[in-house]
Design a protein around this ligand. Structure first.
Ligand SMILES: O=P(O)(O)OC[C@H]1O[C@H](O[C@H]2O[C@H](CO)[C@@H](O)[C@H](O)[C@H]2O)[C@H](O)[C@@H](O)[C@@H]1O
Length: 283
């Protein structure tokens, strides 16, 4: 097991290993469990990720995937359905607005936000006027739409020219812009990965948490874990936590906040497998 760089992270890992049956393992999907690829349709979980999750799951309180993807898409691309060991997996999709659980195999979701239809109609015109250029394309996500620039000649330049017009379009229809790795998503407000993780940890009465992510959309979950463990410093029992960055050169903000950085999805899978071995030894 690699040692976390911070005291708080080492405390989080110690708590997790001391009482694994009270630990929640929460993970982002793209860039954390699945390597980044140019076409989101082709993204799949790293081959070592699901076996590691399946080995770890029976030893901990629960495992949750918290993703910007629609829940069903993450389940399909992750290959999470029907896996022995993952019978209680939960996938919180659309930043927590949707929920799939392996027990029922069903997705629960709120009513669609009317602003998404309006944005969908206007988006091609806004993109055409923006000067973002070829290679910029729209991902249809049902409850949201995302504009990707990874395939543009200059992905960062295309991203930069889109920020203002897409923010204006989103706000005009009551939506927010979620920036990510060469992607700007226009989605309903009111939910983020911190809100989703807080509700989930309370629901299962977690005694510790590990959160792993790679992108800006994971920062609210990082903040939540930081808040929960800081509670312990004021005399109120806090929740120990370990923040893991699935490292890339694209998002330095995450590694700066993490207790432990690993080498992308391969490193995350290796960490999960190491945790599984460690908790089996201690239980
Ligand atoms: O919360 P996540 O699970 O990290 O999902 C966030 C976004 O991920 C996807 O885009 C990212 O992955 C693609 C496939 O590797 C890559 O092509 C793209 O550049 C990345 O930004 C997904 O397509 C988005 O809908 C999600 O919002």
């Amino acid at each position: 097991m690699p040692a976390p760089d911070t005291r708080a992270g080492r405390d989080g890992l110690t708590a997790l290993l001391a009482e694994p049956r009270r630990a929640v393992i929460a993970l982002d999907f793209d860039g954390t469990l699945a390597p980044i690829v140019a076409d989101p349709e082709q993204a799949r979980a790293h081959p070592d990720a699901v076996p590691a999750l399946a080995a770890l799951a029976p030893e901990v309180l629960s495992i949750a995937v918290i993703t910007g993807r629609p829940a069903e898409v993450a389940v399909a691309h992750g290959g999470f359905g029907g896996v022995p060991g993952l019978e209680h997996l939960v996938v919180l999709g659309h930043y927590g607005a949707e929920r799939w659980d392996a027990v029922s195999g069903e997705v629960h979701a709120p009513e669609p936000h009317p602003g998404v239809d309006a944005v969908r109609t206007e988006l091609p015109g806004v993109l055409g006027e923006s000067g973002a250029g070829s290679g910029t394309w729209i991902e249809e996500k049902g409850r949201a739409v995302a504009v990707h620039t990874r395939r543009a000649e200059d992905p960062q330049a295309a991203f930069d020219v889109l920020v203002d017009p897409l923010t204006e379009l989103a706000h005009r229809h009551g939506l927010v812009v979620e920036p990510g790795r060469y992607v700007l998503e226009l989605r309903p407000p009111g939910m983020d990965k911190g809100v989703a993780l807080a509700a989930y940890l309370a629901e299962v009465d977690a005694g510790s948490v590990l959160y792993a992510g790679d992108d800006l959309g994971d920062l609210p979950a990082f903040s939540l874990v930081e808040e929960l463990r800081a509670d312990g410093s004021s005399g109120v029992p806090g929740v120990p936590g370990l923040l893991v960055c699935s490292g890339s050169t694209e998002v330095p903000e995450l590694s700066a906040r993490a207790d432990l950085s690993v080498d992308g999805p391969a490193g995350v899978a290796q960490l999960l497998a190491g945790l599984a071995r460690a908790v089996v030894r201690t239980t």
